[in-house]
Design a protein around this ligand. Structure first.
Ligand code: ADE
Ligand code: ZN
Length: 356
């Protein structure tokens, strides 16, 4: 069968493009290890004398042709092996913040995977310290607002997650200005939310905000169980919820946020073409959908690239784009007063740009 190519969409009007670029927005689904650009990855490999499987940056980039989540995770974990010191984590995070500032990201809630590093012998305190130093510096220098969400790798055991939690808890006070939540990521299929019921119950008891990846490759049942068993407040991805009309009604009624990542879904073959993405349908069904970049160094773009890609391929209008950015602030874990301040900034931007 010949491959059916999508009909090309008309390019975005220049005024809509600049409107999107300037919109104040929040990023709620971002793996800091997924921001490691090939250039920095190579520089760190050289500095730390880590041997890579690719001879050049171009060769590495050429390997970013994924067929599913696992094919990406294999490269993502291999890439993270160049991170050894506090300075490495700092530089990676500082580089991400440069992109946030360019894209008018006002607030970011950042996932990090300590197990990826502790299993290579890196101290968990090194991971926390490097990421936090960059985030605090950006807050001080530019008022950039952020939070850290420590994520458990679901392909590992619940016992391993407990060990990670125990190792991190002594750092809680030191990072109380940043470390607000717990997440669940990595290979979804075959690693259902209920595998982590006990550790999430413990994290809830400790007062952490809870999120989990669900319904990216996994079935709607995983989304339901993330809500009912893990008691998460937000679902990361969640696009397969659409297969279950009762779940859809529930998500709309409860306004459970879905942190959707369009370019990620395209690169990991969750959808074949962005024009097939269900983001607009989810939004029109009343779900609290947000746009996020997931692992931008691997998936072809940061926040504005994701917004621009869906605006073009799903023909989103200004009202829909504003709703998506509004959702991003409302779904954040910011204190109410901070949310209000950012929502007012958004309103100010929209009235200054005369939206109809
Ligand atoms: N870790 C980094 N990116 C991920 C994704 N898209 N899904 C699950 N785990 C991840
Ligand atoms: Zn993710």
């Amino acid at each position: 069968m010949p491959k059916i190519e999508p009909i090309p969409f008309p390019p975005l009007a220049a005024d809509l493009k600049s409107f999107i670029e300037g919109l104040p927005k929040a990023e709620l689904h971002l793996h800091i290890e997924g921001t490691l650009e090939p250039e920095l990855l190579f520089a760190l490999a050289q500095r730390n004398q880590v041997k890579l499987a690719y001879a050049t940056i171009e060769e590495l980039r050429a390997a970013y042709a994924f067929t599913d989540l696992q094919s990406f995770l294999d490269l993502y974990y291999a890439g993270a092996a160049v991170l050894l010191t506090e300075q490495d984590f700092y530089e990676m995070t500082a580089a991400y913040i440069v992109h946030c500032r360019a894209d008018n990201v006002r607030h970011a809630e950042i996932f990090f995977d300590p197990q990826t590093h502790t299993e290579r012998g890196i101290g968990i305190e090194v991971v926390f310290a490097g990421i936090a130093r960059a985030l605090r510096e950006a807050r001080q220098a530019h008022g950039f607002s952020s939070a850290m969400i420590m994520s458990f790798l679901r392909h590992l055991s619940e016992e391993d997650a407990f060990t990670t939690l125990e190792a991190a808890l002594p750092l809680r006070e030191q990072y109380q200005d940043l470390w607000i939540g717990i997440g669940l990521d990595s290979a979804e299929q075959g690693n259902p939310p209920e595998k982590f019921a006990k550790v999430f119950a413990r994290c809830a008891q400790l007062g952490f905000r809870l999120v989990a990846h669900a319904g990216e490759e996994g079935p709607p049942e995983y989304v339901r169980n993330a809500l009912d068993v893990l008691h998460v407040e937000r679902i990361d991805h969640g696009v397969r919820s659409e297969e279950d009309p009762i779940l859809m009604e529930r998500l709309a009624k409860q306004r459970t946020p879905l942190t959707v990542c369009p370019l990620s879904n395209l690169k990991l073959c969750v959808v074949s073409h962005l024009g097939d993405h269900n983001l607009a349908r989810l939004l029109h069904a009343g779900l609290a959908v947000t746009i996020n970049s997931d692992d931008p160094a691997y998936f072809g773009g940061y926040m504005n690239a994701n917004y621009l890609a869906v605006a073009e391929s799903l023909q989103l209008n200004r009202a829909e784009l504003i709703k998506l950015t509004r959702n991003s602030f409302e779904a954040s874990f910011l204190p109410t007063i901070e949310k209000q301040r950012l929502l007012e900034e958004l309103d100010g931007y929209c009235s200054a740009h005369q939206t109809h």
